[in-house]
Design a protein. Structure first.
Length: 198
């Protein structure tokens, strides 16, 4: 009688990796689609902000014209208290509208020039072994959340970010990574000082 003894333990067999090439490709495509959608949304926001600026400018023009008419009436006639008060009220309204237009212009500038170049730069340094799930950008501060297949992917990606127009010279004060059940890694990269260096 022949007896067979299996000297191979389960640990010697090659492990089956859950993160297949198909899944990785799917993650990459999804990341590109998300970036594209964010770009479309920010472009829409910019157009909305510009529309608000145009409306405010029209209202400012009308207020300016009314103000000029009232001033002419004051010059042509003896100033009545109610007319003087009306002129003063119009001047206050005019100052408020000018302040509103400056704020809308600033918001439009930040919206139109803040995200679009950033999205283009992120797309230009896209890597198949790394993807983004959340992007925060405000007043020159950035926070990126995403995943990677290898721990070495993130430092390489950070080096690539330094070659872009938007993020050249940007200092990141916090970088954290965590292992996930699907053998991928999640990360948070931030330039916000209040998060502290990790």
């Amino acid at each position: 009688m022949k007896t067979r003894i299996n000297l191979y333990s389960d640990s010697l067999f090659p492990k089956q990796h859950r993160l297949s090439f198909d899944r990785l490709a799917l993650f990459s495509v999804a990341a590109l689609v998300i970036m594209l959608l964010i770009g479309v949304f920010t472009s829409w926001q910019a157009s909305q902000a510009l529309a608000e600026v145009r409306v405010a400018e029209r209202e400012l023009s009308q207020t300016q014209q009314t103000h000029n008419d009232l001033k002419d009436r004051v010059k042509a006639h003896a100033p009545r208290p109610e007319l003087v008060e009306q002129v003063n009220r119009r001047e206050r309204q005019l100052a408020m509208k000018q302040l509103l237009i400056r704020e809308l212009n600033e918001r439009s500038r930040l919206t139109s020039t803040g995200f679009s170049p950033l999205m283009k730069d992120l797309a230009s340094v896209h890597r198949s072994d790394l993807w983004l799930t959340q992007i925060y950008a405000s007043e020159g501060k950035f926070r990126f959340e995403g995943g990677a297949t290898m721990a070495s992917s993130l430092p390489k990606w950070v080096d690539q970010l330094q070659t872009t127009e938007t993020l050249r010279g940007q200092s990141f004060h916090s970088m954290t990574m965590q292992s996930q059940k699907n053998q991928a890694l999640s990360f948070v990269l931030s330039s916000l000082l209040d998060e502290g260096a990790q």
